[in-house]
Design a protein around this ligand. Structure first.
Ligand SMILES: Cc1cc2nc3c(=O)[nH]c(=O)nc-3n(C[C@H](O)[C@H](O)[C@H](O)COP(=O)(O)O)c2cc1C
Length: 193
């Protein structure tokens, strides 16, 4: 029997064009330190999100920010176990919601999640600029979140984002240590239809 000894080579990110340094360096780590981050940093992330563009300037994004024990515990309990295992350490968890209808006329806002996604993008890049790390999670219970925070049906519950400082990779499980690196991307040509 031949035993193949696979040595995993991690692919590196490549850039053909000069773009914002924060876009190049941002990634989604899991090795959070439990060190607290300042209120000023947290509010600056909300400010960055605030200035995202949106359809009719509706600004459909809303945030539930947890940086105290009680609210952090509440949000941790709604995360999928596969996320709890690393996100429990993050000193800040933010639930991102978006309003489904336009405030002006109560009509459906088809673009609400698109706009909230832009706001998350701005937030993550400002975090990167400030030396903070962010990791978005789709793995959580929307039903439990709606119930725990009494969120009405007029809001989409989109994601939970962990924010903090980089900690020690060695504290992750072996499997997660293996995945603890920036992901690569498809080629530009593959994106153009
Ligand atoms: C909406 C959304 C949901 C995600 N859900 C999870 C999740 O539940 N658990 C997780 O570990 N990572 C999650 N991620 C992180 C992605 O896996 C990650 O962004 C992607 O692999 C690209 O890697 P990079 O951010 O390091 O460039 C999510 C990211 C986004 C934007």
């Amino acid at each position: 029997m031949i035993i193949l000894n696979h040595t995993k080579t991690k692919m590196e990110r490549t850039f053909k064009y000069e773009i914002m340094p924060e876009i190049k360096s941002r990634w989604s780590p899991r090795a959070f330190s439990n060190e607290k981050i300042s209120k000023d940093d947290i509010m600056a992330l909300i400010e960055a999100a605030r200035y995202a563009p949106s359809c009719f300037n509706e600004q459909p994004w809303r945030f539930i920010v947890a940086d105290n024990h009680e609210t952090l515990t509440k949000i941790r309990s709604i995360l999928a176990p596969s996320n709890q295992i690393w996100a429990d350490k993050a000193p800040v968890l933010i639930i991102i919601l978006s309003r489904k209808t336009f405030a002006r006329n109560s009509k459906d806002n088809y673009w609400n999640m698109f706009d909230a996604g832009t706001a998350w993008g701005y937030m993550s890049l400002e975090a990167q600029r400030r030396g903070l790390i962010t990791h978005a999670m789709g793995g959580f219970s929307k039903d439990k979140t709606r119930e725990a925070f009494e969120i009405t049906d007029d809001y989409n519950i989109i994601t939970v984002v962990a924010v903090g400082k980089y900690g020690n990779k060695e504290n992750l499980t072996e499997e997660l240590q293996d995945r603890e690196h920036p992901e690569t991307r498809m080629e530009i040509e593959e994106l153009l239809l």
